[in-house]
Ligand binder design. Structure first.
Ligand code: NDP
Ligand code: 2IT
Length: 446
């Protein structure tokens, strides 16, 4: 074990013993970048690891709002501005009852290296709230988001920090957030991404994370002369990432046999075809119902309180939330002969699950690389906002595809160079880290 890494890990544990998700994310990065740290002794001299693991700024605030009964509700808001070495802070907002500082710090930390991998000038940040959008009226969601932005606006800006969506924050929420920002600042600027097309959004941003995930896995499969054609695919979640991953898998000739939400999963051996996909889009984005309705409507299996990984599939794309694939799930996937796992969600696999993939020679696409298409296309939205023009769907999609191919290449090259050929986790972490570390060295101790 490298003594510098060990020392930094110990200090962090002592400082924030109550942040398990954050330590999990940091441990994965620190353990895998050791060869790069050893090849660059100047990083220790410049205190890069001490600095890169400490957010530049953490903002926590009260979000008071009135529900439809006129009762006062109070939620907690966060924005963690983690690292601005290579660009303005950039990263999503998550609205989910499980949100706390540990969760936002893990997401913000991962975002630094993911954004670096895209090749675009974006630093790392993340924010959100423990607000639960489930069961709230549109009006309540609007009142909450307006209150949230009433505080957040002073901390963000198109050249400072550019938030976007994540779990529980989609087109509806970004619209309300943008309206409130504009009203407070009297400025029409690209301060958020994931905006509607009518007010500065980019084509392909809604599709980008799911499409990018499938593009990345396609590249990874190609190294083994494999493809999506004729493969069965398990997807978890049924939100933004899962929806567009499903669409792209279908386009590439694969068959998506599972989708899920926090209540359970459906198993459809015939595949989620175009007609069923349209049903899911309406169910989740308009009616905001439960995935069980899919099973009722199309007469397929529904498994309450279970995860899809117990089914035999060729490819698994966890696209719901952190730690949703544990060691036993991974062992089941391996037992059933899974070929590849691609992470649509952030940190969906536990460290023990990742060990199982790697020991069994499963092609493993880690989140920072595999789901970077979303933020990459956010970067393209920022470019279009600055240029004050809009690119066509084909233009943006081609750029997204090229970025995912490039991330794949960078990960492969770094993994080989630093002694772990074929290990995309090592390759992505090192490639993402090196650019940030060099920029930090160049900018002095700040
Ligand atoms: P959505 O809110 O659109 O969908 C989230 C989906 O995951 C829902 O089906 C939800 O079910 C399920 N889910 C959420 N939390 C849990 C939980 N604790 N247990 C089980 N299921 C859960 O979010 P996205 O699709 O945007 O995000 C999904 C994942 O992808 C997240 O990890 C996010 O960080 C990551 N990601 C998203 C990007 C984006 O551009 N949107 C970019 C890169 C990564 P339910 O409705 O029951 O809560
Ligand atoms: O995790 C992520 O990369 C996102 N939720 C997207 C962030 C963004 O700024 O588009």
């Amino acid at each position: 074990m490298n003594s510098y890494v060990e020392r930094v890990k110990k200090t962090l544990q002592k400082r924030d013993p109550d942040q398990p998700e954050f330590h999990q994310a940091v441990d994965e990065v620190l353990m895998t970048i050791v060869p790069a740290i050893e090849a660059h002794p100047e990083f220790e001299e410049h205190g890069i690891l001490e600095r890169v693991t400490e957010p530049e700024r953490v903002v926590q605030f009260r979000v008071p709002w009135l529900d439809d009964q006129g009762k006062v509700q109070v939620n907690r808001g966060f924005r963690v501005q983690f690292n601005s070495a290579i660009g303005p802070y950039k990263g999503g907002l998550r609205f989910h009852p499980s949100v706390n500082l540990s969760v936002i710090k893990f997401l913000g930390f991962e975002q630094i290296f993911k954004n670096s991998l895209t090749g675009l000038p974006m630093g790392g940040g993340k924010g959100g709230s423990d607000f639960d959008p489930k069961g709230k009226s549109d009006f309540e969601v609007m009142k909450f988001t307006q209150s949230f932005m009433t505080e957040l606006n002073r901390h963000i800006g198109p050249n400072t920090d550019v938030p976007a969506g994540d779990i529980g924050v989609g087109g509806r929420e970004i619209g309300f957030l943008y309206g409130q920002y504009k009203r407070i600042k009297n400025e029409f600027t690209g301060v958020l991404t994931g905006k509607g097309l009518e007010y500065g959004g980019s084509l392909v941003r809604p599709e980008a994370t799911g499409y990018g995930l499938v593009y990345f896995v396609r590249e990874m499969l190609a190294t083994k002369n494999e493809s999506f054609k004729g493969k069965t695919v398990a997807i978890s979640g049924s939100g933004n990432v899962a929806q567009y991953a499903t669409k792209k898998v279908n386009e590439l000739g694969g068959k998506v046999v599972t989708l899920s939400d926090s209540n359970g999963y459906i198993y459809d051996p015939d595949g989620v075809d175009e007609e069923k996909w349209e049903f899911v889009m309406d169910l989740k984005n308009n009616r905001r119902g439960r995935i069980k309705e899919y099973a009722d409507k199309f007469g397929v299996e529904y498994h309450a309180d279970k995860r899809p990984w117990e089914k035999k599939v060729d490819i698994a794309l966890p696209s719901a939330t952190q730690n949703e694939v544990d060691k036993n799930d991974a062992l089941k996937l391996v037992e059933h002969g899974v070929l590849a796992v691609g992470e649509g969600a952030n940190m969906p696999s536990t460290p023990e699950a990742i060990d199982v993939y790697l020991k069994n020679g499963i092609l493993f696409a880690p989140a920072k690389a595999a789901n970077a298409g979303g933020v990459a296309t956010s970067g393209l939205e920022m470019s279009q906002n600055s240029l004050r023009l809009s690119w066509t769907f084909e233009e943006v999609d081609q750029k997204l595809d090229a970025i995912m191919k490039n991330i794949h290449k960078e990960a492969v090259t770094a993994a080989e160079k630093y002694g772990s050929p074929g290990n995309y986790m090592v390759g992505a972490n090192i490639a993402g880290f090196l650019k940030v570390a060099r920029a930090m060295v160049a900018q002095g101790v700040v």
